[in-house]
Design a protein around this ligand. Structure first.
Ligand code: FES
Ligand code: FES
Length: 199
């Protein structure tokens, strides 16, 4: 952000200095390789990532510092995964990695190489909601809904590990998911209802 601001400032300053005329002159002059590094350097710095997302094989080139959340939201447009704190503290960005809940803002996408990621979009089977999703609807497990995808994925992660968790297990498993609306009683009720429904 800082470097963007600096270059924007420089650009505006240069405009003020009458560089429009200079631009005409420069346009006839072939650019040297060292004058045009950014694009090529960026290309060279990309890394290939192969993984499965919501049952589909995905292969894409990303910057190594891209987080899993950024990759899902910005590259794959799976914006159901929310980013709130972006610091591994609130759980809003929870997705399943090989069936286990992880904070997608807090891990590099490249660390998901060869793995299977499920996001909130991938829980549904066609138009059919998973029991955990149905339970959140039925028991009103949300208010503003911003934390909800993360809450649902965390709850699904618990159910993947143990389809009949007790109340304490659910509370412990979901303790890393913060709800600013404090809808906790309904969230817990929803998760318990889904667990009770499990075969
Ligand atoms: S947005 Fe990832 S933990 Fe808060
Ligand atoms: S429902 Fe609003 S943050 Fe949880």
């Amino acid at each position: 952000m800082k470097s963007k601001d600096i270059s924007r400032r420089k650009f505006i300053k240069n405009l003020g200095g009458g560089v429009i005329g200079a631009g005409v002159v420069l346009s006839h002059k072939p650019l040297k390789a060292e004058d045009q590094p950014a694009k090529d350097e960026n290309k060279q710095n990309l890394a290939r990532l192969n993984l499965t997302v919501n049952g589909k094989k995905v292969s894409l080139d990303i910057e190594p510092q891209t987080t899993l959340a950024q990759m899902l939201r910005e590259k794959l447009k799976l914006t159901g995964t929310k980013v709130v704190c972006n610091h591994g503290e609130c759980g809003a960005c929870t997705v399943l990695l090989d069936g286990r809940p992880v904070y997608s803002c807090h891990m590099l996408a490249l660390d998901a190489e060869g793995k299977e990621v499920i996001t909130i979009e991938g829980l549904m089977e066609g138009e059919k909601l998973q029991p955990i999703q149905e339970a959140f609807v039925k028991h009103d497990g949300l208010q503003c809904g911003f934390c909800t995808p993360g809450q649902i994925m965390a709850a699904q992660g618990i159910l993947n590990k143990n389809p009949r968790p007790d109340r304490l297990e659910i509370m412990e498993g979901m303790s890393g998911n913060i709800c600013r609306c404090a809808a906790y009683p309904k969230i817990l009720e929803s998760a318990i209802a889904a667990a009770e429904k499990a075969e």
